[in-house]
Design a protein around this ligand. Structure first.
Ligand SMILES: [Zn+2]
Length: 419
């Protein structure tokens, strides 16, 4: 995992308060990743000075966010055994919940963002029924935590559509029958019998937040994620900040129109959106179009083609599958070039179904982005696959980013409280 080094953090542009904020979060993040650390180890991992690290750990102890564990092992050179510490994981809990096509799935985490419990509440299609199910899931998970409501440090709610995260309002839902301007945070709060800190955001942004935290770290300039599965989206993170834009539209990458003449109609109503072009149905339709050119492909043995079939066959160098994947690579490359022109990220992470694309897709995509004919400039961000398995049924994969986001904001309160 990438941990931002002090030299990056201490750029002249940073105000002292911002610096303290980042350093404190950095140390907490390190504890979340490593578990148990001494001051010396924390200082070495973060590149902060031992004095600064010791002060931060003393403050975290005072706040009750970390616990002393006594003496650790002696140092490799036989020095005396240092004091070691860990996060006070069970001091608070966090709930991350998200809307699914069947209802609500919620997951309970501790301060370490380790999953403690999860549940799904099936419900009808109306917003009111879903709002009730959300409150039911949160209430049940809070009970399961065994902690008081005051120890619930935050609730993150992931949804699809355009979100006003400042107010917790789903401005433009993409569910049939749901009206614009749904006050998700307010409607949840009014259904709970305790006050709570509620965060609402687009689920893809939370996916990206988890990626930035767990796989590639933060503080590394700008990173973008591109998610594709039944729907597509993404996010842009600069430093440790999710970019949303004043209207909440930043990151809706699935709806960038990449082929204005395409007949592939997107769920949003437009044609030629990235989401529609890389959908399994559109890819299979393209394969049907060119199948006659490749009569010897083993793919003809299959009656129905899914993305996984094209991934597997292209990685076995089947010319038919390679031609299909080349078409998809063209869409991804065009999207990434557009992202470069808007945000110039250092890294782009492919999430969702295409994260299983394998070597052929990834290498072809890197080459296509690198060789895009933009004045002959050879420039490409690092393009990698997600380290998170979003295509499995594990609810942790969808909820984790929201939990990390809520915990980071909880930690932020201690920074602001520090004189
Ligand atoms: Zn669209």
């Amino acid at each position: 995992m990438y941990i931002a080094v002090a030299s990056e953090i201490a750029s002249p542009a940073n105000r002292p308060r911002d610096l303290r904020d980042r350093n404190l979060r950095l140390v907490v993040r390190l504890f979340r990743e490593k578990g148990i650390l001494s001051i010396q180890e924390a200082a070495a991992e973060t590149d902060l000075s031992r004095t600064t690290t010791a002060k931060i750990i003393a403050y975290l102890l005072e706040c009750g966010l970390i616990l002393p564990l006594g003496k650790g092992s002696s140092t490799p050179d036989g020095g005396k055994r240092p004091e070691v510490f860990c996060l006070n994981a069970s001091s608070v809990c966090v709930i991350s919940a998200f809307f699914t096509h069947l209802g609500i799935t919620g997951v309970l985490y501790d301060l370490n963002c380790d999953r403690l419990s999860d549940l799904s509440v099936k419900t009808g299609i109306s917003y009111e029924e879903n709002a009730d199910a959300l409150a039911q899931a949160v209430t049940e998970l809070q009970k399961r935590s065994g902690l008081s409501p005051g120890q619930l440090c935050g609730i993150a709610v992931g949804c699809s559509g355009i979100v006003d995260t400042g107010r917790g309002v789903l401005r433009y839902p993409n569910r049939v029958g749901w009206e614009p301007g749904l006050d998700i945070a307010g409607d949840l709060q009014s259904r709970l019998n305790f006050p709570a800190k509620i965060y609402v955001d687009n689920t893809c942004r939370y996916f990206g937040y988890a990626e930035a935290n767990l796989s590639h770290g933060r503080g590394e300039g700008t990173m973008a994620t591109v998610y594709s599965d039944r729907f597509s989206g993404g996010c842009v993170i600069t430093g440790d900040k999710l970019l949303r834009g004043p209207g909440g539209f930043v990151g809706e990458l699935g709806h960038m129109v990449l082929d204005a003449d395409s007949k592939a109609v997107c769920a949003c109503g437009a044609s030629g959106c990235f989401e529609a072009l890389v959908s399994g149905a559109n890819v299979a339709a393209y394969a049907e179009e060119i199948a006659g050119q490749f009569p010897n492909s083993p793919l003809h043995d299959e009656t129905v083609w899914g993305l996984q079939d094209f991934f597997a066959a292209s990685n076995n160098m089947d010319p038919f599958a390679m031609a299909v994947m080349d078409k998809v690579v063209g869409y991804f490359a065009a999207l990434i070039r557009n992202i470069i022109l808007l945000h110039d990220p250092r890294r782009v992470v492919i999430q969702g179904a295409y994260a299983d694309g394998g070597e052929y897709f990834l290498l072809a995509l890197r080459e296509a982005v690198q060789n895009y004919p933009f004045y002959g400039i050879k420039h490409s961000p690092e393009i990698t696959y997600s380290q998170l398995n979003f295509t499995s049924d594990n609810p942790d994969n969808f909820a984790l980013g929201g939990a990390i986001y809520a915990v980071d904001n909880y930690i932020g309160q201690f920074v602001r409280a520090k004189p």
